[in-house]
Design a protein around this ligand. Structure first.
Ligand SMILES: [Zn+2]
Ligand SMILES: [Zn+2]
Length: 231
């Protein structure tokens, strides 16, 4: 399975947080990074970028962070310069048709397609689920997964669904593992609650103090999108 995702996933099992949140974030940055370095020269990629009216908010700011870190503002000036130019003529068209008293049925700045980085992200995320389930079929990988921080619910759900389709043994493993992790955080939340009682106020505080952060991470995953080098 010599795929870059597989390598990234194995690597992510050794790091903190949901491994698939981590590889999604790595891949997201990789895509945007290669967009401004060479992708934007590709006519197809360029067309999709303009058809979408540029990137969504998340990807535009990710692009901005990466470009700023490289001191390469000209990359943004290029694509967003073209975009602004074509939007100016659309606005002029609209203004002209208003002056001619014509009603336009279409929303004037409607875009023909979705943010191309989002489209690439979703396709990549799906492939990673596929590779992750394949990895877990290897008995030697399971202890590594077991000792990692495990999947968030966002990644657990599609992984379980895919495993149920292709490998019930992996599905059982995933289910037991995730149930154990959820039961653990549930126990910690109960402990946190108990210790808020003044009668136990003198007891030393422990991991349960982080439980209300842990439960959010378990459900929605990590915030790995803060910028390059963030983890
Ligand atoms: Zn996740
Ligand atoms: Zn996007």
């Amino acid at each position: 399975m010599p795929d870059i995702f597989t390598y990234d996933i194995v690597e992510a099992l050794r790091r903190s947080g949901c491994p698939l949140c981590r590889v999604d974030a790595i891949d997201d940055r990789r895509w945007v990074d290669s967009f401004w370095r060479e992708g934007k020269q590709d006519p197809g990629t360029r067309r999709r970028f303009f058809a979408a009216g540029g990137f969504c908010r998340h990807h535009a700011w990710l692009l901005h962070r990466l470009v700023a870190a490289a001191g390469a503002g000209a990359a943004i000036a290029d694509v967003y310069g073209f975009l602004a130019e074509s939007d100016l003529s659309r606005l002029d068209d609209l203004r002209g048709s208003l002056d001619r008293g014509r009603r336009r049925r279409r929303t004037p700045l409607r875009r023909g397609s979705r943010c191309p980085a989002c489209v690439a992200f979703e396709a990549g995320a799906e492939r990673k689920i596929y590779f992750f389930v394949q990895l877990l079929a290897e008995a030697s990988v399971r202890p590594h997964y077991g000792s990692s921080d495990g999947l968030c619910l966002v990644h657990f759900k599609p992984s379980l669904e895919h495993a149920l389709d292709v490998d019930e043994d992996v599905a059982r493993f995933l289910l037991d593992d995730w149930r154990r992790r959820l039961a653990h955080v549930r126990g910690q939340l109960a402990e946190f609650d108990r210790m808020r009682d003044y009668r136990y106020a003198a007891e030393p505080k422990g991991d349960e103090q982080r439980s209300w952060t842990e439960v959010i991470r378990r459900y929605v995953g990590e915030r790995f999108t803060e910028g390059p080098g963030h983890d």
